[in-house]
Design a binder for this molecule. Structure first.
Ligand code: DUC
Ligand code: ZN
Ligand code: ZN
Length: 475
């Protein structure tokens, strides 16, 4: 099957070029002009931008909630990410009950995800059941299975998610031998517990106490530890979901000093205001409980700058598909109100990632189109060892293509921007530009901004070790 996308403007980190894109089967066959048919399909992209499908470094579907016990919503909702122009998600795979890390990956690919995922997907391993040497011996096997990244949680003490310093160091020591990139949720757990329990002791349980009890210094302290350990162990590391100036500054300075660290931030930290959680209707306010929390405007302004300056390199969604009924677990019968400490942390957002970056970045002059492609597509693919199969439109790349209409104007609602849940954290936000047509490995899965694909279109894409963060090692 040959498809020609003609008359568009192709975007890449190097700039833009008016050219046609020829697809043969699942791959990009050529980029240029004057291609001679016959073609099975021609798509006219006049007035549109053509760029590689988004690669989302950070997705949680059917993931362990932050209580360390329960699981959020499923792969049947992943079609929404295609509607938003993201064609590859990197999902997190924690230990399944009774399974080691490799068994959990195998089960995830061949059972849980089988026939149910709409975009292509890669996986990060995420240890929640550390068994010393036995677990460390899995790192090489994980890499061999195409899983060259691992996330550990340094927050949530008292749950299965939490990992202490000794475990963190042991993982780093082993990971670097096989080209695994370590990723961390960096918040100091003792700071969190002291602040959170302090407020609760004064009878403060409403959702707004979530953002008030996760101070930037607690995040920065933990980021600083990640950096020091990464440098001492020479283990390339990515700190995910960086939310504040103090944490970003730690990464900026470390990168200036040549330390092997990268950082990710997320769309909600760029544009959403923590005072959304002041909403007296707690069933609404809980929608924005995520960790680290939303921050005030100076932090949001800083994060845009950090992305532009490559202090932070990746825009990941941290999509957490937590249904409304789970968000209401914070309701406490005895208190007769919500207890913010019991609400699962996380916001949906994988489908909204490109829209947010384009609307509030490119369209508002805060980010170039080149930087947009870098942070949304190419750098996440490189970090995860998926490039140039993913994150690029080069001859031989998978034909994951977004045809983007920059003239579109809209307002985000759950109907226009579904995420598979019953609430939309970006409800009411402006939208400029949208994915009009999306191809996944040559197949049209979004047409006229409507999903036309099938669950199960998505394939597991193995990542290669020694991803982008390894380029930062001292040689
Ligand atoms: N960290 C994440 O990365 N995702 C959801 C919740 C959390 O704490
Ligand atoms: Zn996290
Ligand atoms: Zn996450």
């Amino acid at each position: 099957m040959k498809t020609l996308i003609k008359n568009g403007t192709i975007l890449s980190p190097e700039g833009e070029v008016k050219a046609d894109l020829l697809i043969d089967g699942e791959k990009v066959a050529a980029i240029g002009t004057g291609f001679v048919g016959p073609f099975d399909k021609e798509i006219d992209a006049s007035g549109k931008y053509v760029f590689p499908g988004g690669v989302d470094n950070h997705a949680h579907f059917e993931a362990l909630n932050t209580d360390g016990k329960t699981t959020n919503a499923g792969y049947e909702t992943t079609w929404c990410t295609l509607l938003g122009g993201t064609t590859t998600i990197v999902d997190f795979c924690t230990n399944e009950p009774g399974m080691d890390l490799c068994e959990s990956i195998e089960y995830r690919i061949n059972t849980r995800a089988k026939g149910r995922v709409s975009p292509d997907f890669a996986l990060h391993s995420c240890c929640v059941d550390y068994r010393g040497e036995e677990t460390l011996a899995e790192i090489k096997k994980l890499v061999d299975m195409g899983v060259p990244t691992m996330k550990l949680f340094l927050a949530y003490k008292g749950t299965s998610l939490y990992m202490d310093d000794a475990t963190m160091l042991a993982f780093m020591n082993e990971a670097k031998k096989y080209g695994m990139t370590m990723m961390f949720h960096a918040e100091n757990p003792d700071v969190l517990d002291m602040w959170r329990d302090g407020e609760a002791a004064q009878g403060h349980y409403e959702p707004k106490y979530h953002y008030m009890t996760r101070p930037p210094f607690g995040e920065a302290e933990s980021v600083s530890k990640c950096i020091r350990f990464a440098d001492a162990m020479q283990c390339p590391t990515c700190v995910v979901h960086v939310s504040c100036i103090e944490a970003g500054e730690e990464i900026r300075k470390a990168r200036a000093e040549g330390k092997p660290v990268m950082g990710e931030t997320c769309p909600h930290y760029l544009v959403l205001d923590p005072h959304l959680m002041d909403n007296p209707d707690w069933k609404q306010a809980v929608h924005w409980i995520c960790s680290p929390p939303l921050r005030e405007k100076p932090h949001r302004d800083y994060l845009w700058k950090a992305l532009n300056e490559d202090w932070l390199s990746i825009l990941g969604s941290d999509n957490s598909s937590i249904p409304q009924y789970q968000k209401e677990w914070g309701f406490d019968e005895k208190l007769g109100c919500v207890d913010f400490r019991k609400v699962p942390n996380g916001c949906p957002g994988a489908p909204d990632r490109l829209n947010v970056a384009w609307t509030y970045g490119v369209a508002k002059g805060r980010m170039t189109k080149e930087k947009f492609i870098e942070v949304c597509c190419s750098l996440p693919a490189k970090l995860n060892g998926l490039y140039p199969r993913k994150g690029a439109l080069q001859v031989g790349s998978d034909a994951d293509v977004v045809i983007w209409d920059p003239e579109f104007r809209g307002t985000v609602t759950l109907e226009t921007n579904p995420n598979g849940l019953t609430y939309q954290p970006y409800e009411g936000c402006e939208q400029i530009g949208r994915a009009e047509t999306v191809l996944l490995r040559g197949k049209v899965v979004v047409d006229d901004a409507k999903y036309v694909g099938q669950p199960g279109d998505g394939q597991f894409i193995p990542g290669k070790p020694f991803g982008l963060a390894y380029d930062l090692l001292k040689r």
